[in-house]
Write a new protein. Structure first.
Lengths: 181, 441
């Protein structure tokens, strides 16, 4: 009881550690910002790395990021929960970000999103082992609406009948977002 | 002589995979403008950009050279930051520009950095643009290896560093002070201005934030001269303009076109007309923040000043008969914005389209200012019930009043960006909204 309270306040150092490769990357990233006199500008990149390495930004992962960059847990928590690409829960390997904003809506984006939900068997915001489905607010590919993005792959001019093939392809060639981290 | 539609300043390498590599870029004239600029005094580079009438392509259309001139003289540390956080719905040019011609952006930034005495510089790229991030990382490595970036670029004694900073999903980070906070490792919440970034920006130092397309125009200005660039454009707007056309046209796409082409020419000549043989009902002229145009307003040239002042565009009202005042009695018509043109055909459900736009702003409000945080949520809620067919009498007046309460009352322009389309759609399509509410009753 006392232990979990203390943990909730962020006071207990945890055992989670970055891999040597990630530590090396984080050190290199911090060097881009030496002119600032702080490691704080590296927080977004470090959170991307932590999410890749641990699958989600759990409390322990956030504490590790805070410790690595000499920041408070509260600051890191505030940043991690502000940006939509960061997640606190684990998710399927490939995140499909399906846009339904105006340009996509006008050409059937909602119908494509519904097709993804039907074929996957779960609603937007949810995951299975392979996939995580997100309703996205514009991916800057409006001239090819309706569109979605899966890691470095753009899915353009999608029709509802394309969805089954897209899923089969992504199942065979997963596109984790951590690829570019 | 009017500028030809074939004139390409920033898209000449589109579709050429080889041009993405440093060797391919150099082979097509790349980095010659940087050599020329390094031989010039920094203030002469800025003067050339001023003479070019280059205006910011991110949305506001502010004169780039004038902005550069705001950096206090003899500042010890200055930063140049490229805003590559493109996320205004309807806009899809910067992503394409970075993908097809990353070295043109690097060259433009190196020239601008020389002009500004900026040593430590950054590209803030949207987190979702993973493919473009990878392209830029590779290009920056190549540029460092060949001495176009580094401690002493091309032996000129000028030091220019460039790092790429990935965002993580937040539309608000396209606002320049939110972007700077995000770059500093904070939540992306805008800062009060003044001080403006040119005086106190990144890490407290003078900082110039420019859009991708803006910076990619700089090498051509140095190469061919400010006058050449100014002459390509019209009035006080130099150069060409990239327009991203989406929605109900036969050939949507990203097109570099002469500044001042009209919407009718764009839709009918460039994009093959409205799809399915239908008619235009509404056009968003430059990203969803901008008030829409109706079919009677489409002969106006797509140019920064014209879209704000052309009297063929009706002033925006927040309630029937009550004109929205931009200050000093100046009416809001619309703006050229980010170049994202969204075409809606005559069968479009306008209340539903407005709801989708307002849902976006409710989602993206950073939560800092009460009028925007609460107001965008209310706009979304009221517009949703109108779109759903459960609107109530008085809802349109309520929408207009909420929008009027948000506009001008938040730290940054996101509040205005939500209020303007709400007021604009109500101004132009009031009867359609009214009919939908009447059917609900």
């Amino acid at each position: 009881m006392f232990r979990s309270l203390a943990r909730a306040r962020g006071n207990i150092p945890m055992s989670l550690e970055f891999s040597a490769d990630s530590q090396h990357k984080i050190t290199a990233i911090c060097e881009r910002y030496t002119v600032s006199g702080s490691k704080q500008p590296a927080v977004l990149a470090t959170l991307h790395i932590a999410q890749k390495e641990f699958g989600a930004l759990t409390d322990d992962a956030l504490r590790l990021v805070a410790r690595t960059l000499d920041l408070s847990y509260a600051h890191v928590f505030g940043v991690a929960t502000f940006y939509t690409m960061f997640r606190r829960e684990p998710a399927g390997t490939t995140t499909i970000r399906m846009c339904t904003n105006i340009s996509c809506m006008l050409r059937g984006g909602y119908e494509v999103l519904a097709a993804f939900e039907t074929k996957l068997g779960f609603k937007k915001g949810m995951s299975n082992k392979q996939f995580h489905l997100v309703e996205e607010e514009c991916i800057a590919a409006c001239a090819n609406a309706p569109c979605a993005i899966a890691g470095t792959t753009y899915l353009l001019d999608i029709k509802p009948q394309d969805v089954e093939g897209i899923l089969a392809d992504l199942a065979a060639n997963p596109r984790p977002e951590g690829e570019v981290v | 002589m009017p500028t030809s539609r074939d004139t390409k300043v920033v898209t000449s390498r589109f579709g050429d995979e080889a041009a993405k590599t440093l060797a391919g870029y150099e082979k097509t004239g790349g980095y010659q403008a940087l050599r020329k600029a390094l031989a010039m005094r920094p203030e002469d580079v800025t003067a050339e950009v001023k003479a070019s009438n280059l205006r910011g392509r991110g949305g506001a259309g502010f004169a780039t050279g004038v902005k550069w001139g705001f950096v206090p003289p003899a500042s010890a540390t200055v930063h140049l930051v490229c805003n590559a956080d493109e996320s205004e719905p309807g806009t899809c040019k910067d992503r394409e520009l970075m993908y097809w011609d990353p070295h043109l952006l690097i060259e433009g930034m190196a020239i601008a950095a020389h002009a500004l005495h900026a040593v430590h510089n950054y590209i803030y790229i949207r987190g979702e643009m993973m493919r473009e991030y990878a392209v830029l990382v590779k290009a920056v490595e190549e540029a460092y290896a060949r001495g176009y970036l580094g401690k002493n670029i091309l032996g000129s004694g000028t030091e220019v560093h460039l790092s790429i900073h990935r965002g993580a999903g937040a539309y608000i980070c396209g606002e320049e002070t939110a972007l700077l906070n995000s770059l500093e490792g904070k939540r992306g919440q805008p800062r009060l201005k003044p001080p403006f970034p040119a005086v106190k920006g990144l890490f407290g130092n003078p900082t110039i934030v420019n859009n991708v397309e803006t910076l990619m125009n700089v090498p051509a200005i140095i190469d061919k001269g400010g006058k050449w660039f100014a002459d390509l454009g019209v009035g006080r707007s130099g150069g060409t303009r990239i327009l991203c056309v989406s929605g109900h046209v036969n050939k949507p796409g990203v097109f570099e076109l002469p500044m001042g082409i009209t919407f009718n020419e764009l839709i009918n000549d460039v994009c093959g007309g409205v799809w399915k043989g239908r008619q235009v009902k509404a056009v968003i002229p430059g990203g969803v923040s901008m008030p829409p145009l109706d079919p009677s307003e489409l002969d106006v040239p797509i140019e920064f000043d014209a879209l704000q002042t052309d009297e063929r565009i009706k002033p925006v009202h927040y309630l029937p008969g009550k004109q929205f005042d931009l200050g000093g009695g100046k009416p809001l018509r619309t703006m050229a914005g980010s170049g994202g043109v969204v075409v809606m055909d005559h069968e479009t459900d306008i209340p539903k389209a407005l709801w989708r736009i307002l849902k976006f702003f409710a989602h993206e409000s950073c939560g800092q200012c009460t009028p925007c945080r609460e107001g965008t949520g209310w706009l979304e809620k009221v517009s949703r019930r109108i779109a759903d067919g459960t609107g109530k009498p008085g809802d349109l007046e309520l929408l207009g009043t909420i929008a009027h309460g948000i506009a001008g009352n938040s730290i940054c322009a996101l509040g205005d960006a939500a209020a303007w389309p709400a007021m604009g759609f109500l101004t132009k399509f009031w009867p359609e909204f009214e009919a939908k509410i009447r059917r609900a009753a």
